[in-house]
Design a protein around this ligand. Structure first.
Ligand code: GTP
Length: 596
């Protein structure tokens, strides 16, 4: 155990975590160059295409220290960098004693560098700061070193300089990891306590769990007990990722590895749980992970209704990999059977939708995402509403509260003016503003509904990509939000209802009726589209009826014959109007609901 080092690599998005991880694997011989594809750790297809890391991955490699002349076993966990996935960072850090904090020398410190660094300090991890991409001509080393010193407090001689691309400085990094990061503190003689860091469904192997042995040890064929539900399973196989899957007979105290048990259901072993031995169980569970709450909700519906079961199976499997993905049955009169799903943010939602579409070959349509609202009813009940169609009637509501996000924005000074303007537009309240040389850290409280939509993109665009954002749920606060319904020929279209702030409701109401109007083909009768708030019509638009020329076949003929025909047409239209039924084309839902 003295020679084990468990650490995570943390950084702001795109600062080079995956590239450095790949370099560490290559130097330690975990894979030959031929086996290394462009980037080993970002192995999911979507990850490769979008160039981002979504799920944390673990790798065990051996490093022979040139200075200490000893072999060390390094377990490192690559973490996702996008703002939607900071939960994954937290759970990776739970299994570690140290963290390598990577800072891109062309960008300097950004919002997530600060946030991740704060988390690592709070968890009392040993931090190794690394300045990456120093091979680039645009690298600004002295400026970045100054920032690191002034903002996170590491002096320039504590900071390693390296390039994940050329490999420069990577050996120094490995030496620093084995010297500075402490060995795991567990006791091999105590009853087993293993923390479940991750769990996923493999089509061939079933449920695979990534665990870190905090105390004791675990062997193949051992009977384990899941401490949260006392269920007992047998370890069928056990091993390490190097990053290839290697089988072995046991995992020792301090090691990070995978196990496969005779679990039947994907939900049998959950992330954050503690595993112990059935014959000699531990008394206490390990501090698990904070249950993460979704921040946005949307309905997902299969376009082809016969795909429902396939869609359901896909969701169940995906949610095993993703503790933050929430779902429950939903039925919509317009879209049929589907699921109401909860996500960490828009990117998370897009990725889940894309994975379901690709891996399970289902075409899906999603309703507009919304946040969760806290509603106090007149009889003092508190309910949480994640679906506009479940919003109570206005005359039953005492107060509606919306979620507020604490937003930490980090930016070069010259963009401060436009960022403050943007935050004000988004109904934000400024809490703090601190200058660090030519950088500013701005703290705002902004309604979550504003943050999850285009805020991040707008922030990037007004700051030429320089400003960065980190946000967390803060609290619920009283708000003037209303439910807006869409009626088409007096029939409510539930999938198009939304919850919106009063201030934006007029403009939105007008915009949406015109958008819908442009997608509905003309019919034999007028189609009337209305936006309604609390039974009051806010906006209205009409798709005019088709004027069929019933007289076209009536050559000449006398006037009474023509009148008769027109009379008949009028009657027929009246009947149609009464029925007033219109099949809303899929295109309407796509245009209104799809962001792209
Ligand atoms: P996420 O997985 O999205 O969090 O990003 P990451 O932090 O893992 O970054 P990644 O390793 O994917 O690198 C981002 C980009 O920077 C890629 O295009 C890399 O090729 C490039 N890059 C990483 N390290 C270096 C470096 O040392 N030098 C140069 N020139 N480019 C680098």
């Amino acid at each position: 155990m003295k020679n084990i080092r468990n650490f995570s690599i943390i950084a702001h998005i795109d600062h080079g975590k995956s590239t450095i991880s790949d370099r560490l694997i290559q130097i330690c011989g975990g894979l030959t160059i031929r086996e290394m594809s462009a980037q080993v750790l970002d192995s999911m297809d979507i990850e490769k295409e979008r160039g981002i890391t979504i799920k944390a991955q673990s790798v065990t490699i051996n490093y022979v220290s040139k200075i200490q002349k000893k072999t060390f076993q390094l377990n490192f966990i690559d973490t996702p960098g996008h703002v939607n996935f900071s939960y994954e960072v937290l759970r990776s850090l739970n299994a570690c004693e140290g963290a390598v904090l990577i800072i891109d020398s062309t960008q300097g410190i950004e919002a997530q560098t600060l946030e991740n660094c704060k988390i690592a300090i709070d968890m009392k991890l040993k931090i190794i700061p690394v300045l990456n991409k120093i091979d680039l001509p645009t690298a600004n080393i002295s400026n970045s070193l100054n920032q690191i010193k002034n903002i996170i407090g590491f002096s320039p001689d504590q900071v390693l300089q390296c390039s994940g691309k050329t490999g420069f400085g990577i050996i120094d990094l490995l030496e620093k990891i084995v010297t500075d990061i402490p060995a795991p503190q567990g006791n091999p003689n105590k009853p087993l306590q293993a923390l479940v860091i991750d769990s996923w469904f493999d089509n061939y192997l079933g449920v695979v769990s990534l665990i870190c042995i905090k105390n004791g040890s675990l062997r193949k064929r051992d009977k384990i007990k899941v401490m949260s539900n006392s269920k007992i399973y047998t370890i069928e196989s056990i091993g390490l990722f190097t990053p290839k899957k290697i089988y072995c007979n046991m995992l020792r105290c301090g090691q990070v590895g995978w196990v496969i048990c005779n679990t039947k259901h994907v939900t049998d072993i959950l992330v954050g749980d503690t595993l112990t031995l059935n014959k000699n169980p531990a008394v206490n569970t390990l501090p698990g992970f904070k249950k993460i709450k979704p921040q946005i909700y949307a309905g997902l519906f299969p376009i082809d209704l016969t795909e429902y079961q396939n869609f359901k199976n896909g969701l169940i499997k995906l949610s095993l990999n993703d503790a933050s993905l929430y779902y429950e049955n939903e039925h919509s009169t317009s879209l049929g059977f589907g699921f109401r799903c909860g996500f960490l943010g828009l990117l998370h939602m897009e990725i889940v939708k894309e994975r379901l579409e690709r891996e399970y070959h289902i075409d899906l349509i999603s309703t507009a995402p919304n946040v969760i609202y806290e509603v106090e009813t007149l009889n003092n009940k508190i309910i949480y509403v994640d679906n506009p169609s479940k919003f109570p009637a206005l005359n039953k509501i005492k107060e509606i509260r919306e979620p507020i996000a604490k937003c930490n924005i980090f930016t070069p000074t010259k963009f401060v003016g436009s960022i403050i303007k943007l935050c004000t537009q988004k109904r934000g309240i400024q809490i703090n503003l601190t200058y660090h040389m030519n950088q500013v850290s701005i703290l705002y409280e902004i309604p979550m509904s504003e943050v999850i939509l285009n805020f991040f993109d707008e922030l990037k665009s007004i700051s030429s990509g320089y400003a960065s954002l980190e946000y967390n749920f803060l609290n619920f606060k009283k708000s003037d939000v209303v439910k807006l319904d869409i009626l088409i020929n007096s029939k409510k279209i539930d999938a198009l209802s939304c919850i919106i702030h009063k201030k934006n409701s007029q403009i939105y109401a007008k915009k949406i009726v015109h958008k819908i109007q442009s997608t509905i083909p003309r019919q034999q009768f007028d189609v009337i589209i209305q936006s309604v708030i609390n039974n009051i019509i806010i906006a209205r638009s009409t798709v005019k009826q088709l004027k069929k020329n019933v007289l076209s076949k009536c050559y000449g003929g006398d006037i009474s014959r023509k009148k008769k025909l027109l009379q008949k047409q009028k009657k027929g239209k009246k009947k149609l109007k009464k029925i007033g039924k219109i099949a809303i084309p899929q295109k309407t839902f796509f245009t209104i609901l799809n962001r792209h």
